[in-house]
Design a protein. Structure first.
Length: 232
């Protein structure tokens, strides 16, 4: 299997923290975020991961190289900001088989196996994404799905505190996902410009230890609670 990790962004929400170190190399619990993610992928049988790089690419390559955690590593460097969709499209030139995983480079998760996604995925799906239950959906958009797990709506950030399911930033795609990308457009968001119009897009609802380290407060929380390969 193959996977893509989206790790080329500037990470401006982290302020000075990521100006000199790529976000995916930040230390959490004595390990780089990348190491946590590669372990997750390796357990699901992924043999090759493409890093969709950009910001601080040279540092990332020097640190990681072409082999890490028992896995082959390739790079799809973006020469300008492409957004999550454009970066995925750029990295897909190295994808040879379906399905394949795509991970946002700023998510950490434990108490969950990607094998669950593989077991739920079938060839009629264009994509399967995880939706994670959180107690407060206000900082995130909400995913709505029917009883069969088919995504029916993406709601923008909600003003009222309540529990719900949000985009976990981990996807399993058929190569047909490329047919839904905007034509003649290199820079686009997979969340805003692709997902709302994807046919046969499904979600797997989970209740796991998950965090997006994209802002300094959440990074500090992750550093406090993710230790020794687990959430504490």
């Amino acid at each position: 299997m193959q996977a893509i990790i989206l790790c080329g962004g500037l990470a401006t929400r982290l302020g000075n923290i990521s100006k000199k170190v790529p976000k995916i190399l930040l230390d959490v619990g004595g390990r780089a975020v990348l190491d946590w993610q590669l372990d997750l992928l390796k357990e699901a049988g992924v043999k090759e991961t493409i890093l969709a790089s950009g910001h601080l690419h040279d540092m990332l390559y020097e640190h990681v190289g072409t082999y890490q955690e028992g896995m082959c590593i390739r790079y799809a460097k973006e020469e300008r900001k492409l957004g999550t969709g454009g970066a995925t499209a750029n990295a897909m030139r190295y994808i040879r088989i379906s399905p394949f995983f795509v991970l946002n480079g700023d998510v950490l998760i434990t108490n969950f196996s990607l094998q669950e996604m593989l077991e739920q995925f079938h060839e009629r799906m264009t994509g399967l994404l995880i939706s994670v239950r959180v107690d407060d959906i206000r900082p995130y958009g909400e995913i709505v799905s029917d009883s069969d797990g088919k995504v029916t709506a993406f709601r923008e950030k909600q003003p009222v505190r309540r529990a719900g399911y949000i985009n976990g930033g981990i996807y399993l795609f058929n190569q047909m996902i490329a047919d839904t990308f905007p034509e003649y457009q290199e820079t686009f968001s997979i969340e805003r410009d692709v997902f709302p119009s994807v046919p046969n897009l499904h979600t797997l609802k989970i209740d796991a230890n998950w965090i997006d380290i994209g802002i300094s407060e959440r990074l500090a929380y992750a550093r406090q609670h993710f230790q020794n390969g687990d959430f504490r």
